[in-house]
Design a protein around this ligand. Sequence first.
Ligand SMILES: Nc1ncnc2c1ncn2[C@@H]1O[C@H](COP(=O)(O)OP(=O)(O)O)[C@@H](O)[C@H]1O
Ligand SMILES: [Mg+2]
Length: 486
Amino acid sequence: MIRLSLADIARAVGGGLHRAEGSEIVSAGVEFDSRKIETGGLFVAVPGERVDGHDFAARAVADGAVGVLAAREVEAPAVLVPPIPAAERSGALALAGDADGSGAAVLAGLAKLARYVVDRLPQLAVVGVTGSSGKTSTKDLIAQLLEPMGPTVAPPGSFNNELGHPWTVLRADERTKHLVLELSARGVGHIANLCQVAPPRIGVVLNVGHAHLGEFGSQEAVAQAKGELPESLPADGVAVLNGDDPLVAAMAERTKARVVLVGERPDAHVRAEDIEVDEQARPTFTLVTAEGSARVTLPLFGEHHVGNALAAAAVALELGATLEEVAERLSSVRRVSARRMEVSETSDGVTVVNDAYNANPESVRAALKTLAAMTRGRPGRAWAVLGQMGELGEAETEAHDEIGRLAVRLNIDRLVVVGEQAQAMHQAATLEGSWGEESVLVPDVDAAVALLRAELRPGDVVLTKASNSVGLWRVADALLTGGQTA
Ligand SMILES: Nc1ncnc2c1ncn2[C@@H]1O[C@H](COP(=O)(O)OP(=O)(O)O)[C@@H](O)[C@H]1O
Ligand SMILES: [Mg+2]
């Protein structure tokens, strides 16, 4: 973070000083967890369902914080944020257990502080990424393509909401050249708000799928929300849009910015041609741009990464990388965020594909196709260990049903459905075609592990995937360590 006094911070958030002179200098980042505070940092007191950050204010300061961003008086130097009216506490700022709105007030203050900092960093190229699937993967790709061109700040994992987003923005300082942000929405207006915090000059929209459909109600509403990113871009900005997704391509109408289409369609400005996947489902493609073309092999698993790579390439090209540099960097990227197509081998020669970070219909489809490609023409069997795809609302049962049928159509050898909530997958797989023994429904993670331990053979490939709350990575971990499930 840039150096700011507590008085500067009070000015930025429109708040007041408490137990502070104002001249105290914050020289390290903001933290919500008092245990993570670095000397010189700012502690942000957020009330939660079980604990209230305000109760840890004194401890955070004892551990090195210069002061606290708080909604009420605490036993430490603080900047007190102004209260916000009840009408403005809904939507993205609505926190569980925040009856008096103090959490919303702190987050609103944090957002203002982040904007204050961004406005003091004119050198910063801000890149925003949104979409239903692939935000984190693409954000990681973009950061890796930009890093060689200058200091780059990007969130760890999926820091993409009203807490993680300003937290990340506040990591930027005078040396930072690129700020890469992941923008998520659980409702209309959320992305527009995040775009106010750190206005992107380049905005990437990957796809409009079914993630969080329960909260949005319809895919059109999802498109409406994701389109707030291109809508927020300035006239001298760039909207990188997936031309292969009609709902995304249509967002060209909703932006003042120059549009760069990416995808496989022939008129895409940054295009993939001649896509092939190897026996591990790693894609190779020809990256075609106005500058020329280059062959790229991604060291990532699954053809769905091609679209993400095209978006990342478009961003890097806009920010000054050459086609050769982009092709070379894409061919040596690392997977950064865990539990996303993480491929490992057990001591018994079983390949484990841990994609258990989360699941929605599009990402499960992509993962199943990858699993099929990894076993095609080889002796080992394909095992899909799947659980509930949550947050889909009324669409959930039908979505589970479709995945069960897709597993059969892709010739997945064995489907292990974990948990009653996902039983529609098992039923659909059993009804589709001649599947009998091929699909089983087990009650929980332990039962899945027991079944797999009894039946896996060397050469088999096991995919684990479900919504995060199902915790299916415990299956992957148990197979890889040979130990008990945690
Ligand atoms: N373009 C894509 N289309 C479909 N699925 C994808 C795509 N990119 C990534 N995925 C899959 O979606 C899941 C979530 O990926 P992640 O990058 O964490 O996305 P997000 O941050 O949007 O949740 C993973 O299983 C990943 O393999
Ligand atoms: Mg994410």
